[in-house]
Design a protein around this ligand. Structure first.
Ligand code: ADP
Ligand code: MG
Length: 627
């Protein structure tokens, strides 16, 4: 215990300085020209609602509280003459120490982030306040004096009062308040007089706090929604209520891309509204990519941000889940091992997949937005979720050699397979441009076989878990022993076996340990060379992930294949006949090897190629133009 707490409460208020960061925040807010100052009410109602939820949760296990029978609600009133607004709740309340701690420092992450931005001067703060949820202190945008009177739910606690005028200190002292909860009185600034008006307050509540799950009364009249939106039958909900609810829930200013409203009582009682946002990164500043799922049981908020309700790869989903079947009298932790939770989780996740598949079918443009923003999460799910993988494969989209800019689904790919094709062929490359230039495509394009183009690090990560789709294996076309259906004409070689063998040896000695072998290719047509992997090279996709992340610089040796029918290879063979140590041949061997790594995006140091390219350019430039 600190000495301060041991000192008997003085009957006159004590002055306590605010922490420096609060002073800075107050300063900004008081001077702010922010036009939507009405958000102060959203912040106060949200705090009251939090306090009520905590009270409700406490009473699940503890009846030894102040005023156990008080209605859990928020009352708001205004006095136009006195220019005041009063917000009262029967929530958990605060002790004297809690008032000092909670209202004298900044706990809130949103306010903290806001302050950070304001200090760095990166944004015009007057435009962005609303997106942060700057918390309690936002009252100082509209008030020049604020008193908070509170009585904690703990039966022996005494009421206390906190008062501040927006300067460097606040006052803390004793108070008279017979019942549990918090009452906040705002003395409005002259230019904020509009808020001492019940109509203005009601309008603001409708806009920002309509879906708060406790009653909000203005002069004994309930002004917010009577019944939680998610508990209403979906057909009775008007379309525009979903985006409004979403915005109030998340503070995201954009409309959601998709909403799903589920209401069932068998096999479990379940009422839920889930949202897919339009953007992965929401909010200018906090860059939130993870959504929050609020979990209610019998109208009691039991988890503010339930992490175990949806599989990890759906963590971008926002929403509310409510079930009568979850036991109330459990700790927040044990909910996670509950079998009902697992049922709910399954139901939600299969419904999400179904709705997303429907979206893909009915609105390709919208699905494309979804895929571009959240495709990485689906790929992650395919890599890591053994049981859900097959369902997630329906959502997968990719580019291919045959579909131009269009995205292809596995079902489309399957429908375009050639006679006798039993595998799904893919190539990995640094980007689409490189993928389309991959030498590995030669034999497949010659047979008109479509190839999936996998280009980003998440693709490679996904491949670590992806084995097959509807019985068809995924096959990397850089496999050394790839056997293809269909036929293609053989390319004619113009060099003798002896000449080729000499060139092959020159390449092998030049590249040394970096290659496993140099050999003639049976399949290349348009490209001079390629690097192939011995089939079943262990952990190859994972190694690629590591390489792409820059974590691994060693490259497992592969087989370099040369195209005997390619003019470049023929010329090089001729040069070796003329001069076994020709430096141009050595430089070309190095460059062909580097090109292969480059196209795959795994070259450890592309800049190192530049001196060699100069050398080759010089050799070309030296030759007379007539040659
Ligand atoms: P946040 O709500 O994000 O924690 P705020 O600045 O809005 O940040 O509020 C600061 C703290 O003050 C809250 O965390 C809470 O502990 C306390 N508080 C604010 N309003 C109330 C209230 N009406 N009842 C009980 N505690 C409250
Ligand atoms: Mg708050």
């Amino acid at each position: 215990m600190t000495t301060e707490q041991e000192t008997p409460t003085a009957s006159t208020p004590t002055s306590v300085p605010f922490r420096a960061e609060v002073r800075q925040l107050l300063d900004i807010l008081a001077r702010s020209l922010y036009t939507d100052r009405e958000i102060f009410l959203r912040e106060l109602i949200s705090n009251a609602s939090d306090a009520l939820s905590r009270m409700q949760f406490e009473m699940l296990t503890n009846r030894e509280v102040q005023d156990p029978d008080a209605e859990l609600a928020i009352w708001i009133s205004a006095d136009t003459e006195a220019r005041t607004v009063t917000i009262k709740d029967t929530g958990i309340g605060m002790t004297r120490e809690e008032l000092i701690e909670n209202l004298g420092t900044i706990a809130q992450s949103g306010a903290r982030a806001f302050l950070q931005q304001a200090r760095e001067g990166q944004h015009d703060t007057s435009n962005i306040i609303g997106q942060f949820g700057v918390g309690f202190y936002s009252v100082f945008m509209v008030a020049d004096r604020v008193t908070v009177t509170s009585r904690s739910y703990q039966p022996e606690a005494e009421a206390a009062q906190w008062e501040a005028t927006g300067d460097d200190t606040f006052l803390i002292g004793p108070a008279e308040q017979a019942t549990r909860g918090t009452t906040i009185v705002l003395h409005l600034k002259e230019d904020a007089a509009e808020f001492a008006n019940t109509w203005r307050l009601e309008q603001t509540i409708k806009r920002h706090s309509d879906f708060v799950s406790f009653p909000i009364y203005i002069e004994e009249r309930r002004v917010n929604q009577q019944q939680a939106l998610w508990r209403r039958p979906p057909r009775e909900v008007e379309a525009d209520q979903y985006p409004t609810f979403y915005k109030q829930l998340t503070l995201d200013m954009d409309e959601p891309l998709l909403h799903i409203h589920l209401s069932t009582d068998v096999p479990v009682d379940l009422h839920a509204i889930l949202f897919v946002p339009t953007h992965r990164e929401r909010g200018l500043i906090e860059r939130r990519v993870e959504g929050k799922i609020k979990l209610y049981s019998r109208k009691v908020l039991i988890q503010e941000d339930s992490k175990n309700l949806l599989p990890n790869h759906f963590r971008f989903i926002e929403g509310v889940v409510d079930s009568e079947d979850l036991p109330l009298n459990v700790s927040r932790e044990s909910v996670q091992s509950n079998p009902v939770m697992q049922r709910i989780s399954k139901t939600l996740s299969s419904r999400l997949i179904r709705e997303l598949s429907d979206l893909a079918e009915k609105d390709a443009e919208k699905y494309k937005v979804f895929w571009n923003e959240f495709g990485v999460f689906i790929k992650e799910g395919i890599a890591t979720d053994f049981t859900g993988r097959n369902d997630l494969l329906k959502l997968l989209r990719f580019h291919t050699t045959h579909a131009g800019d269009e995205l292809t689904a596995l079902a489309d790919y399957k429908s375009r397979m050639i006679d006798g094709q039993e595998e799904i062929y893919y190539v990995t490359a640094s980007d689409l441009e490189a993928a389309r230039r991959s030498p590995h495509l030669d034999p497949l394009l010659a047979r008109n076989i479509e190839v999936v183009l996998f280009t980003d690090v998440m693709d490679s990560f996904m491949l670590t878990g992806l084995r097959e789709y509807e019985g068809m294996k995924f096959r990397n076309i850089d496999d050394a022993n790839l056997e293809l259906p269909g036929t293609a004409d053989a390319a004619e070689s113009s060099i003798s076996d002896d000449d080729f063998e000499r060139l092959r040896e020159r390449f092998a000695t030049t590249l040394g340990d970096r290659v496993q072998e140099v050999r003639a290719s049976k399949v290349l047509r348009n490209s001079p060379s390629r690097l192939v992997s011995a089939e079943d090279a262990p952990g190859r996709e994972m190694q690629r992930v590591q390489q792409l992340l820059g974590r691994e610089t060693t490259v497992t040796p592969r087989i370099l294949e040369l195209n005997r029918a390619h003019p470049l290879i023929a010329h090089l063979a001729q040069r070796v006949v003329n001069n076994a140590d020709d430096p141009i041949v050595i430089a070309c061997a190095e460059q062909l090897y580097d090109n292969a790594l480059l196209l795959e995006g795994v070259h450890p140091n592309p800049a190192a190629m530049v001196p060699r390219i100069y050398e080759l350019l010089e050799a070309v430039a030296k030759r007379p133009e007539t040659e």
